[in-house]
Design a protein. Sequence first.
Length: 282
Amino acid sequence: MRHNFTGLVKEAILWIKHMRVRGMFPDEVTMNTVVGVLKGAGEFSRADRFYKDWCSGKIELEGLDLENLGDLEARSQSMPVSLKHFLSTELFKVGGRSPSSRMIGESKMESVVRKPRLAATYNTLIDLYGKAGRLSDAADAFSEMLKSGVAPDIITFNTMIHTCGSYGLLVEAEALLNKMEERGVSPDTKTYNTFLSLYAQAGNTNAALECYRKIRKVGLFPDVVTHRTVLHMLCLRRMVPEAESVIKEMEQSHVPIDEHSVPVIMAMYVNEGLLDQARVLF
């Protein structure tokens, strides 16, 4: 996945360079896009620095030069230059303009201190800090979002819950679920999948099954992640009746068994001496 972002990082930096040459300061959507691309490529420090520079009203390109991307640049050398990349680069080469009053106005804007006003920006930051292992910064971004009056959405809460869960902070994740419901943001299937996985990892089978059942209870539908997670949990615990109940529900909904689940189900049957059931899957 990280390799796929390499070309996007190069293109994003080129676009920012072209904007700066023309005296244009990136707006919040542009900034968020660049931060997201850098995050996707695993360039967490550069993403954070770009965001903080933007907030202070400056864009320092020295640390973002293509020649300074190190391993990222080396990995991309074997990649063919896309037509979009070529056109964007060449187009800007021939499309330069002289400094204008607009450019002077844009340069004055650089001294303005900025704060994000979009939920999407905070969502990107929370995910960035979570992936970088900077949990305190992720919490601070969430807190700043609330203080700034930017309403958290389902993506915000799902990202925060996933971040807490990834580091074993189950109590904090549950508190976020409560806060989510207090704010009138309804959990979705992804929310329940996260808790299903967290409870399964914690060995709390009853709580995990409650999450699984609640998905349908609130009018949502299980997805492939739901079924894979619950079947994996039940099969590892050799809970044959419960696993077969899930499989039956899937059949009734015309949902095929995921290819990753088949070996786990077969292993459960074999370990329980139910060879006929295992042969049916094979």
